[in-house]
Design a protein around this ligand. Structure first.
Ligand SMILES: *Cc1c(COP(=O)(O)O)cnc(C)c1O
Length: 228
């Protein structure tokens, strides 16, 4: 299957639901991204700030760039001028820095709060208790240059579909609970969950954004990538 065909098929399947396709182009070349662009894809996700900047600089300017990977505070300044959504905000310190950089470039930057699912391997993300405390604190309302649009989460890396479904259910539940509990802004509306292997389950469980890489672009190419 070509990238072009993949985009057509996934767009049709995913965007017929109230869900958005984020094409995860990390490690892939400008040429491959252009192929997806020519098939109509306008939203791309990268997991490293320097790659996001390089690709933003060399590709058409009507692309929406999403940051989906762990972000270091000292890298935010590079992406603040153009990034459309940061999926991976996982600390108060990062929120403060995004706000600071948003202020500098006079942009309100949209963010999702990354949730740490207890069973999952990654060490990144807020726990449920931390999220509730954060969203009920006054701190969050001092962040004038941030719009919190919702939550992001990753299911465990496992072949156990039941476990994956339960983790997505947990995330959706938490999303609904926070939406209700916190002084709700109408902007708290996105739930980013689901990747190539589990996007179908994620959509069934209420995802509004799926992040798909391998299924569109094929295996990742690390050969021309300085992978740290
Ligand atoms: C790489 C990555 C994806 C895409 O994964 P695939 O399995 O290739 O679809 C999604 N989300 C995050 C956070 C990623 O780092």
């Amino acid at each position: 299957m070509s990238i072009k065909n993949n985009i057509s098929l996934y767009k049709l399947e995913i965007e017929s639901k109230p869900c958005k396709l984020i094409a995860v182009s990390k490690t892939h070349s400008i040429e491959k991204i252009l192929e997806a662009y020519q098939a109509g894809q306008r939203v791309f996700g990268e997991n490293k700030a320097q790659d996001l900047v390089a690709k933003w600089a060399s590709l058409p300017k009507d692309i929406e760039w999403h940051m989906i990977g762990h972000l270091q505070t000292n890298k935010i300044k590079y992406i603040a001028p153009f990034v459309s959504l940061i999926h991976s905000v996982d600390s108060k310190k990062l929120l403060e820095e995004v706000n600071k950089q948003g202020k500098k470039v006079k942009r309100k930057i949209s963010c999702l709060l990354q949730v740490h699912i207890t069973a999952e391997e990654t060490k990144f993300g807020f726990s449920e208790e931390e999220l509730i405390a954060l969203l009920e604190s006054n701190f969050i309302y001092t962040l004038e240059f941030i719009t919190i649009q919702g939550l992001m989460g990753m299911a465990s890396f496992t072949a156990d579909a039941n476990r994956i479904r339960n983790e997505f259910k947990y995330l959706k539940n938490l999303f609904d609970k926070l939406k209700e509990r916190v002084k709700p802004t109408s902007e708290f509306k996105e739930l980013s969950m689901g990747m190539s292997s589990d996007y179908k389950i994620a959509i069934e469980e209420g995802s509004t954004m799926v992040r798909i890489g391998t299924a569109i672009f094929g295996d990742r190419d690390y050969s021309d990538n300085t992978n740290s």
